[in-house]
Design a protein around this ligand. Structure first.
Ligand code: ARG
Length: 493
């Protein structure tokens, strides 16, 4: 269709297969049809084509919309779906009428617009799943604000915390992912149509009208930038990559905590698999794959950045190769968040082991040092040294932290400060009491049940607000789509 002017010979079949984006283009089918509908309506309103021609084109496009992508002949020698749609319209009308569809537009502005339209919906789907995951984390946390578990640094027991505090930590991170994706949505919410190849057109088109017909927020302000930039896609891919990094960290801990070595949670059977040879195995396969998918989504981003980094203005076919990575990032993140949300909903904490691990790791050591500061008037650095010495001594003698005694304190303080430091037995016991230790950390953001409940309230409020924005955006998209189709149908009669 395109070559009959400039060329005499067809493209080499291998080359034409190689450069075709047909395989990946089904994804943007509805967006491309919508853009063609909007563009045609605008052309007619501006009297660039006649009402009659517009009616015939709109009829064809409407029919194509009804039939779906299956209505198209997607042979690679057409290069891409834009040509396939044009071919469909020309066949349904005739060359003279259908050939007018391409007035004042190019595949360059059309594809840049189609990616944005398709991406908007994809991002909303991802957000929805991520919000489900946050809700699942919050629901599990609500049942476990008293479940003491060890908090780790360097993967060594550090200080006591609660299972709910840990869950909320992940929930906050994932909510920030949603926030980042909201901003990526906003970056994609502008319309390149009218940019044509790169320099616009002298036809008296109305770019703002197309923006409204397609439900975009604004016009892309520079026509060259409109066709050549993909930073909106990079922004989406980086927000998705960060989201996957956060999901992967959660997945990693689920795998760790469910191992026999930690034994702090039970993963649901529905989300685990066994081995074909080792009959005892219960493998955290969903978590493992979520961890792996993060690698892919990171790879998509770095691949896309590499495609863009030395690209001259304006449109280059390199851009075509970036798009499938974008869709892969959207799909992997959406699916990973969805399955992790279901999995989290069925995780069972093992409260007793959690507590035992916290005790066994001297998780209360910091608290004991703090008590020495409060009760014995020591400088923190001295208290730190004394407790360190107490722990070293107990460990050497194979004693558990609960068995730290007044004698340990006496000996350690003599060694470190050359004087005796006193606590009553009651004070020492209290300092080592994990529940007490948690209860006194009721500062904002802390692990005390009261403080965590406050965090969970914040999370729930945030989920609600973000869901509100999400649904408003969805409604706006649907409204514009319905209106566009109705308008096209009316005009096509
Ligand atoms: N298939 C192309 C893409 O996905 C559409 C634009 C092609 N433009 C061109 N001048 N060949 O980016």
């Amino acid at each position: 269709m395109l070559r009959r002017g400039r060329f005499e010979r067809a493209m080499d079949p291998l080359a034409s297969e190689y450069i075709s984006s047909m395989g990946a283009d089904a994804r943007i089918f509805y967006s491309v049809v919508q853009i063609n509908l909007a563009h045609t309506i605008m052309l007619a309103e501006r009297r660039i084509i006649t009402e009659q021609d517009a009616a015939a084109i709109l009829r064809a496009l409407y029919e194509l919309h009804e039939r779906g992508v299956g209505g198209l002949d997607l042979r690679p020698e057409l290069e891409d779906i834009h040509m396939a749609v044009e071919e469909f319209v020309i066949k349904a009308t005739d060359e003279e009428v259908g050939g007018k569809l391409s007035t004042a537009k190019s595949r360059n502005d059309q594809v840049a617009t189609a990616i944005r339209l398709t991406l908007r919906k994809g991002l909303l789907d991802v957000e929805e799943r991520l919000l489900e995951l946050v809700s699942a984390l919050v629901a599990l946390a609500e049942k476990n604000t008293d479940a003491i578990m060890p908090g780790y640094t360097h993967l060594q027991v550090a200080q006591p915390t609660t299972f709910a505090h840990w869950l909320a930590a992940h929930a906050f991170a994932i909510l920030r992912d949603v926030e980042r994706i909201e901003r990526a949505y906003d970056a994609a919410n502008s319309c390149p149509m009218g940019a044509c190849a790169l320099a616009g057109t002298s036809f008296p088109i109305d770019r703002v009208r197309v923006v409204h017909l397609l439900g975009f927020k604004r016009v892309d302000e520079n026509t060259m930038d409109a066709v050549s930039s993909r930073d909106f896609a990079l922004q989406a891919m980086s927000s998705l990559a960060i989201a996957m990094v956060n999901l992967s960290r959660l997945a990693e801990e689920l795998a760790l905590w469910s191992s026999a070595e930690f034994d702090m949670i039970e993963l649901p059977e529905e989300f685990t698999a066994t081995s074909s040879i080792m009959p005892q195995k219960k493998n955290p396969v969903v978590a493992e794959l979520a961890r792996a998918k993060a690698g892919r989504v990171l790879g998509n981003l770095s691949g896309a950045l590499a495609v863009m980094k030395a690209l001259p203005q304006s449109y280059n076919l390199d851009l075509q190769d970036l798009t499938p990575s974008l869709w892969n990032s959207v799909d992997e993140t959406r699916d990973s968040a969805g399955v992790m949300a279901k999995l989290i909903g069925a995780v069972e904490p093992k409260g007793e082991t959690m507590r035992r691990r916290a005790e066994g790791g001297f998780a209360a050591a910091t608290e004991l040092a703090d008590v020495l500061v409060w009760k014995a008037g020591l400088a923190f650095r001295d208290a730190h040294a004394i407790v360190g010495r107490m722990v070293a001594r107990a460990t050497k003698e194979g004693r558990a932290p609960g068995e730290l005694n007044i004698e340990d304190l006496r000996a350690a303080s003599n060694e470190v400060l050359d004087k005796e430091v006193h606590l009553t037995l009651e004070e020492l016991r209290e300092a080592l009491d994990l529940d007490k230790c948690i209860a006194t950390r009721a500062l904002p953001g802390g692990p005390a049940p009261k403080a965590v409940k406050e965090q969970l309230r914040t999370l729930k409020r945030d989920v609600k607000n973000r869901a509100k924005l999400l649904h408003a955006r969805r409604r706006a998209i649907t409204k514009a789509e319905v209106k566009l189709l109705k308008g096209a149908k009316r005009r096509s009669r």
